[in-house]
Design a binder for this molecule. Structure first.
Ligand code: ARG
Length: 456
């Protein structure tokens, strides 16, 4: 395609380092969509005769069919997806194919294809996130009143409900989706028509191609259009944040599924056995979701480093934007699917959770609050008294609710029988009715609200 000024073709190593067809074949359908829009515009503006534009468009349709049928022959000698498709178009329709590249360069072509691909992927990820939120919200509604220990510093802190815990993730994934929407609206400008870097002398209609391809408008600077990959960086950043969220949930599932916690069991569909230890049920899917955050963050780092200090406009370095991105976003999609399945299938052991919720003096704050409310003590003083009661109970290796009234009155004589009501974990959870709190009625309302929102 570009051999005119060369006496011989590239060396074997040059071909190997240069070729991108091994991965950019994934852009085939976007490339065809972009080329069809470009051809239509060339015909409409009279830059190319209408009949030629039509022949090009028909040829591209045929190539799309071949690709979908798996009969298209990708060739490394043809370097990348753009030249593979153009070469095939030439085979199909002859020299007219050569008119397609009028007023265009592979630089704006690849910028366009990748934008289209990232945009499609954002839409698909958004739907998957919605599915995961749905699975979480449904579980949350079922477990709006199931008590479990809430932790800070991985130490029992205060009892919460399992539903409340799951809804925390629904919020995180909602922010991930909002970030995706935001990134999508920023990337939704068409770089097509920037040509190699400077624009073109042909009377192209960039607004037309932008519209046909579903963009809000054409990009406003041709240099930026071919040099920019921050739409990829932004998407990978969002993917990395989302992967972090997934990894935290995955880690919790790994912990919860241990016999030591025993809070949840994973279904057979999402567990694996051991080839040597017959008793094992391993949470491999959760472990892999936890681990894949590493490669997603890696892809973001790799592209940040590729981009750093690159002069304008296009440099071949930019070809390195693709493999890591394909891998990262594919991995994220897989993680979302696995997590959605795991969450939907998991069963909670309510009695194990409840017993654990009562360990570690998790209702000590309720006792301190009771002292504030009932005896009108400053919180700090109530905190101190409670601390002493916890120390006494701990010395006897028993729970706070197992202290006698007499034992408590040694520390604070005004404590009455009524205190025992707040020492129960169910009461503790039920009392946390502040907006965003863990009280079952709050959790139920939030879960219902999410299910309603997600249905739309
Ligand atoms: N395969 C190239 C890429 O992914 C396409 C653009 C090539 N442009 C060029 N001037 N060599 O970036």
């Amino acid at each position: 395609m570009w051999g005119g000024r060369f006496a011989r073709g590239p060396g074997a190593i040059m071909e190997e380092i240069n070729a991108s067809i091994g991965f950019d074949f994934r852009l085939a359908l976007q490339d065809i969509a972009g080329s069809k829009a470009h051809a239509a515009m060339l015909g409409q503006t009279g830059i190319v005769e209408r009949a030629d534009a039509q022949a090009i468009s028909n040829g591209l349709d045929e190539i799309a069919r071949e690709i979908e049928a798996g009969s298209f022959n990708f060739s490394r000698a043809l370097e990348d997806i753009h030249m593979n498709i153009e070469a095939r178009l030439t085979e199909l329709i002859g020299p007219t194919a050569g008119r397609l590249h009028t007023a265009r360069s592979r630089n704006d072509q690849v910028a366009l294809d990748f934008r289209l691909w990232v945009r499609d992927t954002i839409d698909a990820l958004d739907q998957q996130l919605r599915g995961l939120q749905w699975a979480l919200a449904e579980k949350a509604l079922a477990h709006a009143a199931s008590v479990m220990p809430g932790f800070t510093h991985m130490q029992p802190a205060q009892p919460v409900t399992f539903g409340h815990h799951l809804l925390a993730y629904v919020e995180m994934f909602a922010r991930d989706r909002s970030r995706l929407r935001d990134a999508r609206s920023r990337l939704n400008e068409s770089p097509l028509g920037a040509a190699a870097l400077a624009g073109t002398s042909f009377p192209i209609d960039r607004a037309m191609t932008a519209k046909v391809l579903g963009f809000d408008r054409p990009t406003a600077n041709s240099l930026d259009s071919v040099a920019d990959r921050d739409f990829v960086l932004e998407t990978l950043s969002i993917a990395a944040i989302c992967a972090i969220h997934l990894s935290r949930l995955a880690e919790e599932i790994v912990l919860w599924a241990t016999p030591q916690f025993g809070f949840v069991s994973l279904s057979d569909k999402f567990s694996t056995g051991s080839s040597i230890m017959p008793q094992k049920r391993n949470p491999d899917a959760a472990e892999l979701v936890r681990a894949k955050a590493g490669r997603i963050i890696g892809a973001l780092n790799a592209l940040l480093i590729v981009m750093k200090g690159l002069p304008l406009a296009y440099s071949k370095d930019l070809q390195e934007d693709k493999e890591g991105t394909f891998d990262a976003l594919h991995s994220l999609s897989l993680c979302l699917a696995a997590m959605t399945g795991m969450v939907g299938d998991l069963t909670a052991d309510l009695s194990r959770m409840k017993i654990a919720a009562g360990l570690g003096y998790a209702t000590a704050t309720d006792l301190a609050d009771w002292l504030v409310r009932t005896l009108n003590l400053p919180f700090r003083e109530a905190h101190h008294i409670t601390g002493r009661l916890v120390a006494i109970a701990a010395a006897q290796k028993k729970g706070l609710e197992k202290l006698s009234l007499a034992e408590m009155r040694v520390v604070e004589p005004r404590i009455s029988e009524a205190v025992f009501a707040v020492l129960g974990i169910e009461n503790s959870v039920r009392s946390r009715t502040s907006f965003g709190g863990t009280a079952p009625k709050r959790v139920r309302a939030q879960a219902r609200l999410w299910l309603k929102r997600l249905k739309k």
